[in-house]
Design a protein around this ligand. Structure first.
Ligand code: HEC
Ligand code: HEC
Ligand code: HEC
Ligand code: HEC
Ligand code: HEC
Ligand code: HEC
Ligand code: HEC
Ligand code: HEC
Length: 421
């Protein structure tokens, strides 16, 4: 009886010890939604940080600095230096009460308290649930999981050299640790110590991978990369560019055939980089459609390929589903011209993988409907508005007859009342 008990205790101690040492020493780096192990360019490679790459790759570094990738997590000081005017702290907090600002480059910001938890309660006494996410476009506070206790378990997509073990800076609210805040050079190129130690060079201790899957690690959502997950049955949720691409006619393309991965494209707060990263325009590969569209009524009015083929079907911060307007451009491209086609499946859980005419046309033509759009959709590139049809269209005066009818009825009522007297 005595021995087995001691052996049990010994075993338990041994186990605890090994777990503890694992947490301290084992750095199993993982990346992206599926937390897959990071591929090292060399078995000896460790992370050195983006600043180390700057010396020899100044141009790439400067480009990267204008993109959203380096601003995923910002210290209060960085935040206040980078956004002008700086994004405000939540109600009841000062920047001294904040460990890191999450995002705030393009769409929205959330905040970590001093212990690393995501702030979900605000107000002087921290007893008000919500008003914890700041939307840049509208300068408004909205609710993000109000009142919940939320750990920051987002490092797999928002940091570089992420490991699930431990807590960064011993903050209880943070799951895992990382080597560099935000998306540094080594998030895409792998840990670079060997490359740097050997003085750099092509194929020397560094990864050069142009596959869409590199970006898809983080620009995806959920277990299945081919499923496009809906947000409340109204929008496509954000960070789903990879599943969208895989469902699109461009599934054979890599992100970097259209994007310079070091440059940004979203029209951010202090980095107005809209379109900067786009190195191949639609016309580069679709010369025929470009020629067809040139000279059409809508082309002359300033409508562009992406307005119809990449409308904002995604929502990160601000959207109006009734107007078919989110804040993230889609990568579905293909338009289903059937006016009865549905964008989401019946349960509203997933997008069907093509664009429907409401999202394509009605976000500009607010007063029309899908049936109207369906009449024009086929052959739309060459569409030139016939002057005769345009003037023949009756003036939109639906309110007048109703108003006149109301007047007539009140006049009649008055007449009846007068007679009764
Ligand atoms: C989001 C992923 C990503 C990040 C972050 C990133 N790169 Fe790249 N980089 C790529 C990809 C993909 C390529 C290859 C395709 C291309 O050049 O467009 C590339 C190419 C390069 C090249 C080779 C260019 C050539 O013409 O051969 C260099 C050098 C480079 N990156 C340096 C850097 C440095 C330095 C940083 C950080 C300041 C950085 N990269 C950040 C993805 C990234
Ligand atoms: C001491 C200078 C030096 C430093 C520091 C350095 N590089 Fe390089 N790197 C080079 C040189 C030189 C090349 C080859 C350039 C060429 O042939 O065009 C290169 C090539 C590359 C390439 C292209 C590799 C290929 O096979 O196509 C990438 C990607 C790259 N570096 C990324 C990085 C990253 C990320 C860092 C920081 C971790 C970094 N470099 C730090 C000098 C350096
Ligand atoms: C699967 C990877 C992934 C995970 C997990 C993830 N995000 Fe993101 N997040 C992204 C990507 C990619 C973007 C930018 C592209 C987009 O929104 O379509 C983004 C954008 C954001 C933005 C907007 C940034 C800005 O500058 O406006 C915030 C804020 C944000 N995420 C917070 C979080 C928080 C908090 C968590 C954890 C609770 C989280 N994210 C989990 C990938 C991820
Ligand atoms: C380690 C995760 C990760 C990887 C890998 C990654 N991204 Fe991102 N990406 C993000 C996050 C997080 C954001 C949100 C950053 C922000 O706006 O604050 C983002 C934002 C963006 C944006 C919008 C902001 C901007 O700068 O315009 C573009 C475009 C983008 N990524 C393209 C790419 C491409 C192309 C690749 C592959 C070469 C890639 N990303 C790889 C995580 C990642
Ligand atoms: C790097 C080249 C390239 C660029 C840039 C490009 N495409 Fe494509 N596109 C292709 C290829 C390849 C296909 C698939 C083959 C095909 O069907 O022609 C395709 C297919 C398509 C299709 C489906 C064609 C069909 O017959 O159903 C649409 C729609 C489309 N692209 C729109 C666009 C738009 C809009 C842009 C700009 C935002 C664009 N493409 C940019 C190469 C490109
Ligand atoms: C006003 C909205 C609109 C604009 C702007 C627009 N397209 Fe389209 N495009 C459509 C519709 C709708 C279809 C489907 C037509 C069909 O099935 O007959 C389509 C089809 C396509 C296709 C599939 C092959 C084909 O010709 O049917 C390609 C490729 C394409 N567009 C590329 C482009 C490019 C490139 C531009 C910019 C030069 C552009 N589109 C501008 C609405 C638009
Ligand atoms: C056929 C070309 C093409 C391919 C392939 C492509 N993109 Fe894009 N992407 C664009 C264009 C064009 C825009 C700008 C759309 C606009 O602003 O209307 C864009 C915008 C974006 C944005 C910013 C969205 C916003 O609303 O601010 C992100 C993030 C992004 N792309 C990521 C990716 C990722 C990740 C991949 C690969 C999985 C990818 N893209 C593949 C052409 C492409
Ligand atoms: C980015 C905004 C935008 C999008 C998206 C758009 N249009 Fe237009 N459309 C315009 C503008 C601007 C005009 C020009 C108005 C004028 O000059 O009379 C126009 C004119 C028209 C006209 C002629 C005028 C009229 O009202 O009868 C038709 C028809 C039309 N669009 C159909 C479509 C269809 C179908 C789609 C989707 C496949 C579409 N548009 C997508 C902005 C847009």
């Amino acid at each position: 009886m005595k021995y087995p008990k001691n052996i049990c205790l010994l075993l338990i101690f041994a186990m605890l010890f090994s777990i503890a040492t694992q947490q301290v020493y084992a750095k199993d780096y993982v990346i992206g939604e599926h937390k897959v192990p990071v591929t090292k360019p060399d078995p000896a490679s460790t992370y050195v940080g983006s600043e180390k790459c700057k010396t020899c790759h100044m141009e790439k570094y400067n480009d990267w600095k204008t993109s959203g990738h380096p601003y995923k997590l910002n210290t209060p000081a960085e935040e206040q230096a980078f956004n002008s005017p700086p994004i405000p702290a939540p109600d009841g907090y000062t920047y001294n009460d904040i460990y890191l600002v999450i995002g705030g480059w393009g769409w929205k910001s959330r905040y970590m308290d001093i212990n690393g938890y995501i702030i979900t309660k605000t107000g002087a006494n921290r007893d008000k649930n919500g008003s914890n996410q700041y939307n840049i476009a509208t300068k408004q506070w909205v609710d993000y999981k109000p009142g919940q206790t939320l750990k920051f378990d987002c490092g797999n997509c928002h940091t570089t050299g992420y490991s699930l073990a431990g807590n960064k800076d011993n903050k209880k609210g943070i799951v895992g640790t990382w080597e560099e805040k935000s998306i540094g050079c080594e998030a895409c190129h792998g840990p670079g110590s060997v490359h740097v130690a050997k003085g750099g060079g092509k194929g020397v201790g560094i990864i050069h991978n142009e596959s869409a899957a590199v970006c898809g690690a983080c620009h995806t959502r959920g277990a299945d990369d081919t499923k496009i997950i809906a947000k409340d049955g109204k929008f496509i949720d954000h960070h789903e560019q990879y599943p969208e691409l895989l469902n699109s006619p461009h599934k054979g393309l890599n992100c970097v055939q259209c994007h310079d991965p070091h440059k940004g494209t979203h029209n951010g707060q202090t980095n107005p980089t809209e379109g900067a990263s786009i190195k191949a325009q639609c016309s580069t590969c679709h010369a025929q459609q470009d020629a067809d569209f040139t000279g059409s009524t809508m082309q002359k009015a300033g409508v562009e390929c992406a307005d119809c083929h990449m409308p904002d079907t995604g929502e990160s911060a601000v959207g109006d589903a009734a107007k078919f307007k989110g804040d993230i451009a889609t990568h579905l491209f293909k338009i289903n011209t059937d006016p009865n086609a549905k964008f989401f499946d019946d349960a509203g859980k997933f997008a069907n993988g093509y664009l429907t005419l409401d999202w394509v046309c009605l976000n500009c033509h607010n007063d029309e409907n899908k049936a109207w759009a369906g009449q024009y959709a086929k052959g739309i590139h060459k569409f030139v508005k016939a002057e005769a049809t345009a003037t023949a269209k009756p003036a939109p005066t639906p309110k007048t007859p109703a108003f006149e009818a109301l007047l007539a009825i009140s006049a009649l009522l008055v007449a009846v009342l007068v007679r009764r007297r």
